[in-house]
Design a protein around this ligand. Structure first.
Ligand code: AKG
Length: 263
């Protein structure tokens, strides 16, 4: 069911306070089935676009064993990540859907909204790999301001033990754990006893979570024996620019125009 304005206000207030919120099951089964099929077709190379980014999962299921910079390795349902899904019209329709516009309008009022990234996060049927506590931003992202809004859509059921996202509620309030961003260092985890804070967020297929970029979050391997696919989209204030100068600075696709933003 599409949330009314009051429900969206409540969800955004919860996300501001705790770093995460539930939007409920927004995608119907037919939409989810189409997105799942398209995700698989992309991983199998049956549907392709110049510029897609692929990262295959590690054989061991360990995050530490992941390989970087290898890209496309041939047809496989064991890719861990596929980025630039905005190139695909089915995914684009979901990324640019009206309910997401209404959420983004609350987080970035009176601004155009651009896309930092839209990617498939896949735990393949063999379990995939764990993703350690991390934050999404910092110098590694190379932006002139920090994005704060990620909308995560479950394409499969993601139960506890099935690769669901876990958060350490409230940790976004302290900002980045390191200037670089990314994986949260062990000493910081211990200082806050992140393990004790860990809150699993099981989700059914079609459910959407709001995740603040700075809330510490992670996910485990899937032990269900089937894939756990999800779409994660990071929306930014449209004024955000890339600070990178060694290579041509990145430009970002506009998803929502400020003028379209009546709630
Ligand atoms: O899908 C997952 O397991 C984690 C996703 C995530 O870390 C993100 O969306 O930033």
């Amino acid at each position: 069911m599409i949330p009314d304005d009051r429900a969206l206000d409540d969800a955004v207030a919860h996300y501001r306070e705790h770093g995460w919120a539930r939007l409920g099951k927004l995608a119907d089964d037919a939409t989810i089935a189409r997105l799942r099929a398209r995700a698989d077709a992309i991983m199998l190379g049956e549907v392709t676009y110049p510029g897609l980014f692929f990262q295959h999962d590690s054989e061991s299921g360990r995050y530490e064993d992941l390989e970087y910079g290898k890209g496309w390795k041939g047809p496989s349902l064991a890719y861990r990540k596929v980025e630039k899904l905005e190139l695909d019209p089915l995914f684009w329709d979901w990324i640019a859907s009206d309910v997401f516009r209404r959420v983004a309008a609350r987080v970035y009022p009176n601004a155009d909204v651009t896309l930092y990234r839209a990617f498939l996060m896949n735990k393949h049927a063999g379990g995939g790999s764990n993703l350690p506590w991390h934050q999404d931003g910092g110098d590694f992202w190379g932006l002139d301001r920090e994005p704060t809004l990620q909308l995560w859509t479950a394409l499969d059921d993601a139960p506890v033990g099935g690769g669901c996202v876990e958060v350490a509620p409230g940790t976004h309030a302290a900002g980045l754990a390191t200037p670089l961003g990314g994986v949260v260092p062990e000493d910081k985890l211990e200082r806050l006893d992140a393990e004790a804070l860990a809150l699993p967020l099981p989700a059914v297929a079609g459910e959407v979570l709001l995740i603040h970029n700075h809330v510490w979050h992670r996910s485990g391997r899937s032990r269900t024996g089937h894939a756990r696919r999800a779409l994660s989209v990071c929306y930014m204030d449209g004024a955000t620019t890339c600070r990178r100068r060694k290579r041509a600075p990145r430009t970002f696709v506009r998803v929502f125009a400020a003028s379209e933003r009546a709630c």
